[in-house]
Design a protein around this ligand. Sequence first.
Ligand SMILES: [Zn+2]
Length: 274
Amino acid sequence: MMNKTRKKLWKPVSDVVGRTLSSTSRRFETYNSNTSSQSHFINSLSSSSQLQNLNLCLPHCFSQNLIFSGKNFCSESAEKVNNSACWNCNAVPKAAPFLFCESCRSVQPLHHSLDYFQIYGLDKNYEIQDENLERKYKDWQKKLHPDLVHSKSQREREYAAEQSARVIEAYRTLTNPLSRAIYILKLEGIDVNEEETVSDPELLSEIMEIREAVEDAADSKALNEILSPVQEKLIQWSMSFANAFRNQKFDEALNCIRRMTYYDRVNKEIMKKL
Ligand SMILES: [Zn+2]
């Protein structure tokens, strides 16, 4: 069932818009609030046959008009961090991320140099490959829960709180297609100005019309009818972003993000009213 649905989602855009409007809009009904739905959306992204088998190795050089953060997240530094010995027993971890010491079970301090993809053991691809993200998230949340670490030392409780906040932040960022797009560009040294506007009159008038329709909507049925095409646009631009990012067309990727930002805002506004 899932495979069937996923395949449908990743047909060409014209097919998606024409045939899977209802299934995709269901996915987005809880776009911002329901983790299960978000996870399904990621799964659908990750299973695209067009987008699989990617190996993105992007160079740290871009065209002149992009903004650089100056940060360089490289895997070497993460490996170094992951090989840090346990503060309590000096054991060296076998695998990342090093939240707990496998030898003495003590909670380890947070390492900010681990990026969100590394926290979840994912390759740094926009199309998330790992379908177990939600399972890992729940597992870590359980292990780091204050009720479970209350008997530990003050030091470890503080570490657990920091780790937990970071795991949540990473999960929220990676499960939202827009925030994941912004984040993955940031890792490449490109800061996205989310306030930057688009000067495309067609898009602006479309957004204005949607807002007016939302104001005039009499009931949830009317709102859902407005919501579906908005969410289709989000999916389309998310796919366009994936394509641009894969081909290292960062100007185009930024354009996709700006457009997703408009639809994402309208999506949130409609969701609030539903
Ligand atoms: Zn230890």
